[in-house]
Design a protein around this ligand. Structure first.
Ligand code: ZN
Length: 242
């Protein structure tokens, strides 16, 4: 089974569509999104509807939770909370209910999915050795997948030893030995200085993950953000992938 692993689309439909039409993604049997469908970008409804129509499985992200009214926007920085308030105004009650009902942790096909970490599903950035150990200690499956950092990453935990790598475009990681935690990076707002949408293909038969980037029309998303009156720094950062 091939799974398209994506995260942090953040209402960026142009980036999502570029990923969905990329050759490796088009072959996937399932789509697993790791949280933050909305926030920051200009097309929250379209993104929810697109992934819903494709039967994608989702977990709840911190921006999803705030836009749905589950947590207060004051927990975010000023730019993010402005975008969350705008997003909340756009949502129909059906879209809001959909986001509010998303699970914080989902497991199927032997893979545990969560937005942040298993210690703190909504908020933890899995960037420290201590945090990674706490995550792996709670991980009951051989494989897990997270988002939230907007950085592609493959973490391995084997006999107490941790190994982390940031895979490049086209790089394949063999998921042998120990437990693994994969982060496909962000579709809608990458933060590794590469503006292209980031995603991964998980091959559950071969036990490999291949990381990919897809170029998209950044200017189209930026125009929609400016038309919507979203904060300009959020539009500008898309050009730089940070
Ligand atoms: Zn995010």
């Amino acid at each position: 089974m091939l799974v398209l692993l994506i995260s942090d689309v953040h209402s960026n439909l142009a980036a999502l569509d570029a990923v969905l039409s990329a050759e490796p993604a088009a072959r996937a049997d399932e789509i697993w999104h790791l949280g933050d469908l909305v926030g920051y970008g200009p097309q929250p409804l379209e993104v929810i509807d697109r992934l819903g129509a494709l039967g994608a499985s989702n977990v709840l992200g911190n921006h999803d939770a705030a836009a749905a009214g589950l947590i207060p926007p004051r927990d975010f920085n000023a730019l993010a909370s402005t975008a969350i308030a705008w997003t909340a105004e756009q949502l129909s009650s059906a879209h809001r209910d959909y986001l509010a009902a998303l699970p914080r942790v989902e497991t199927s096909a032997g893979v545990t999915r969560v937005h942040g970490s298993l210690r703190d599903p909504l908020w933890e950035y899995l960037t420290s050795v201590e945090g990674a150990r706490e995550h792996f200690n709670r991980q009951e499956t051989a494989l897990s997948a997270v988002g939230h950092t907007h950085l592609p990453m493959a973490l391995r935990f084997d006999n107490g030893a941790l190994d982390a790598r940031q895979p490049e475009d086209g790089e394949r990681v063999d998921l042998a030995g120990g437990k693994w935690c994969l982060n496909p990076g962000s579709v809608g707002q990458p933060r590794d200085s590469d503006a292209r949408a980031s995603f991964a293909i998980l091959d559950l038969n071969a036990l490999t993950a291949t990381f990919h980037r897809a170029p998209y029309d950044v200017g189209a998303t930026q125009r929609l953000m400016r038309e919507a009156g979203l904060p300009d720094p959020l539009a500008r950062r898309l050009s730089f992938g940070r």
